[in-house]
Design a protein around this ligand. Sequence first.
Ligand code: GLC
Length: 735
Amino acid sequence: MQNTELKKLLESLSLEEKICQLLQVCGYYYEMEGVVTGPQNTAGFNEKEIANAGSVLGIAGAKRLKEIQKKYMAAQQHHIPLLFMADVINGYKTIFPIPLAQGCSFNPDMVKKAAGISAKESAAAGLHLTFSPMVDVVRDPRWGRVMESTGEDTYVNCVFAKAMVEGYQGTNGLNKKGKIAACVKHFAGYGAPMAGRDYNTVELSERTLRENYLPPYRAAIESGCSTAMTSFNTLDRIPSTANKKLMRDILRSEMGFDGVLISDWAAIEELINHGVAKAQIDAAKLAIEAGVDIDMMTTCYCRNLKKLIEDKIIDKALLDEAVFRVLQLKNSLGLFENPFKDADEEDEMAFVLCDEHRKFARKLASETMVLLKNEEILPLPKKGKKIAFIGPHTSHRWILGAWSIFGEEKDAVSLEQAIKEMEIENASFAAGCPILTSTENLEMAESSRTAIAEDNKNAKALLDEALLKAKEADIVVLSLGEHPSQSGEASSRVDLQLDAQQIELFNQIYNVNQNIAVVLFNGRPLILGEIFDKAKAVLEAWLPGTEGGNAVADILFGNENPSGKLTMSFPRHIGQIPIYYNEFKTGRPYHGDGGKYFSKYIDCPNSPLLPFGYGLSYTSFEISEVSLSRNSMTCQESIFASVRVKNTGKIAGKEVIQCYISDKVGSVARPVRELKAFQKIKLQPGEEKEVVFEITEKMLRFYTIDMEYKSEPGEFDVWIGNSSLTQNGQTFNLV
Ligand code: GLC
């Protein structure tokens, strides 16, 4: 529909019809089904509100959504189509690794392809929009939603924000088949809650907010992201959903976002809890004035905007601009021409979990895994050795992640299943211990809760069986980690160690067999302690999705050479958090060489156990010294920094060559270094390749003492290597 016709449609709507377009209810109200991903709001919508709500979230299925759409459009005067939205975060039915893992792939092309598959499957199931990508920068693994982010680094999050938006939306229009609208979230700064406690206060200086936290949202918007979501938190004590400066000045004016802004679940009504609104009507006023278009799951808008307009407390123009954006979104999806878009039962049947998607999910999962330690025990031999696969993640399928709301464990491949299908000789299997001692405070399927309770009841027998098999084996592969319910929304933790029974299992096995390769299945960096020291190998598998078991087996047996790198630092101790690589020098930087009056702990090194950008391979790479095309540049010039990388091992492998820059003196303190670019390259044994990075003036910009975003002349170091610890550098000047 042309914009002129859309304008006419807007003008033809009654005040009530307009207001209902800004209401979003969850599928629960349509079919007493659908996923509830928030506090089941006591909104108590009435039949009229549900029948006229402009969008619905959390329900999918071609047949079901076509029926709802048909009924919905027939019931209202202007036959405006309903928008179907849902959290397709790491896959629809074919579940990919959690986003934190996807970031560790350092492979945006593969992540873009995964988003494309997610869009294709969910569009066939009738969905129009996904509440993804979540691009919140996270420096605190206590926060459960770290699993949903691509980690602690601003630049990495920008790269993957772009990849996911382009994967979901394509670049030729949302109305194209197999494409869905993306929604960048949570604007803004949600990943920095105090004490790592979800929904808690966020205190960031404007400089830190703008330099470290805002760029990924901007990257999503510059990639054409069609919608955005407000965050639950306050910034400078102003809840985002009521923050005019954040939403109208920064998001819309500075970043040029002109799409639909949707509140997070009940976030408008929660302005009352924040204490900035006395009642619903005040909350509705604040939110509409801040430019929030859709009210997710409260009656603030639908029961108060009419009065606010009739009493001339707010201008009708605010309502019209919001409704017009919603109509434009529906129009860009082509819903006025075809309200069912891609919903098609046959396509749905053909696409979801098809072999092609499974094969890719398996490839991507292995690409995300990070080899953290390997004392020549991996890859494992496929025959000739007795290998015991032990641990709570060996046979269970708890590998999809907290946001795999449409994925099903029954479709997932466990490690045990994968090993059996690989016909590995002399493999034995044992659970060894329950994954958790208690499931209290955790939300999970009753089947999981029952299985965990059963394992706890049989804990001694599980341990005895495991020790027997460990004694008989040459090698033990010990699969440990978290249950998916331990990470995700509203799942912050104060203790990041493995469950006590898992630690006990490791220690007991270590007493009878020290050839242990640990595989971690977790949604966040954990405190690994002695396990890391004692294990001969540690593979970080994250929560690897539907094909996770096959992908782990591919890595363990060398079908795939691990190439992932950490996008989150692993602390040695929880007391170090927040810990991240691009910290500041301080006035008393400590370099580990003793002395008292330095910025350090008296009971722990400053450094993380495992740093950002770190990950091993089954082969080895040599990286030459950095050479520069010149040693100084003006703002109009650039410098080419290059290294030669050689695969000095016996098998092919991929390496992530990372380019960091440090600004040695600035008008404000500057980070010790910042990632500015990376290239993931594949080299055959003996193969050598030159990797070149162009250093531009734009890369050197920051918020100066006057809060101007620009570069300052001076001396810089450029470091090029395979982790944030690289000391392989050269100096250059910006003149
Ligand atoms: C949740 C989450 C948000 C999600 C929304 C809809 O509370 O914060 O990320 O997209 O509700 O499920």
